[in-house]
Design a protein around this ligand. Structure first.
Ligand code: GYE
Length: 325
């Protein structure tokens, strides 16, 4: 008696499974169209957390099945994740490389497996051809240019004849660090008032931003006119350190940041930051569209940059929409 019931149940389960197996993606809109492996750097900033959330939401909206791996700020973990994606035979691999060098071997393996790779947010450095298909991410060089152009306008407004700058940079050898630094340096190069006292690695982290600022204040004291920080987290770490030595960020020291997350925008409105260059984390839709095109065998644009703007004390920001990250 029990055996017959069990057999009948097994029969039902098998037919359900078979039915599910036979239904085609076109008939069933819930069936994923593509399997995308994405290796994220970590959770170092509001930007990064917003970027992960945006990619998850977009995957859901596009019906893409997402294998998401968090590398906890380690290149080794990213390489291991990419190897798992290859072993799993995903349709497309995407990743945000924490630094630019050191990807050739694992990307050769992806190429040999015939899996297209999309760079999200950051670029890589390689001499090999065809390891990746495209890059979807911000124009970091231009962000550095926008930061410097703001500073030049501010120095004109204040009538400054000498401007001492300290720079707190993002993770060494990462694309945003290299390019934000270059865009800023190239733009102030023609202005004799501008002098960079020191550039120091803050690794895009709030705690490091605070440490760097403490060191910079101990070393240069009130000679510092400007802090140029490569992201909001480091800026938010640096501000209390400035206040602890009795200086007012925003008036005694000009503060320039990058990203444009809600917290930094609120602090800008309070007058403790002077300028924030936008870097949008919302790259998910472009990523899904591109991955679907690659799966369909289409060619895609090599570089896709989102539009970006600046927020500063030159503007009325009272009606600014919530930033969402
Ligand atoms: O500016 C920073 C993040 O690569 C654009 O990484 C990104 C940067 C962003 O952690 O906050």
């Amino acid at each position: 008696m029990f055996r017959t019931k069990a057999l009948r149940l097994l029969g039902i389960i098998m037919s359900v499974l078979l039915f599910a197996g036979c239904s085609s993606g076109a008939e069933d809109p819930a069936e994923p169209t593509l399997l995308l492996g994405f290796s994220q750097i970590g959770t170092e900033s509001a930007w990064r957390i917003g970027n992960t959330r945006d990619i998850q939401n977009s995957a859901q909206n596009f019906g893409v099945s997402l294998m998401l791996e968090n590398a906890n700020q380690s290149q080794e973990n990213q390489i291991a994740a990419i190897r798992r994606f290859i072993a799993y035979k995903v349709d497309v691999i995407a990743f945000s490389p924490i630094v630019e060098d050191g990807w050739d071997n694992v990307l050769m393996e992806a190429k040999e497996a015939g899996i297209p790779v999309i760079l999200v947010d950051r670029d890589i450095e390689t001499t090999k051809e065809g390891l990746t298909t495209c890059l979807i991410g911000a124009d970091f060089y231009n962000e550095g240019v926008m930061a410097a152009e703001y500073l030049i306008r501010k120095a004109d407004d204040l009538g400054l004849d000498h401007v001492n700058i300290v720079e707190i940079t993002g993770t060494e050898n990462s694309t945003p660090m290299r390019q934000r630094q270059a865009g800023f340096a190239d733009t102030i190069a023609g202005d004799e008032r501008m002098c960079i006292l020191e550039s120091i690695d803050g690794d895009f982290l709030k705690s490091r931003g605070a440490e760097c600022m403490r060191y910079l204040l101990e070393t240069y004291g009130d000679d510092i006119d400007v802090v140029f920080s490569h992201n909001d987290e480091m800026t938010l770490g640096a501000l209390p350190e400035i206040e602890n030595v009795g200086l007012n960020p925003g008036s005694d020291i000009i503060i320039i940041s990058i990203d444009g997350g809600q917290e930094a925008i609120d602090v800008l409105k309070e007058g403790r930051i002077n300028c924030v260059v936008e870097c949008t984390p919302n790259l998910g839709n472009e990523l899904m569209e591109t991955a679907l095109r690659l799966k369909a065998g289409e060619t895609v644009e090599e570089v896709i940059h989102p539009q970006e703007r600046i927020f500063s004390d030159e503007q009325d920001l009272s009606n600014l929409e919530p930033r969402g990250y």
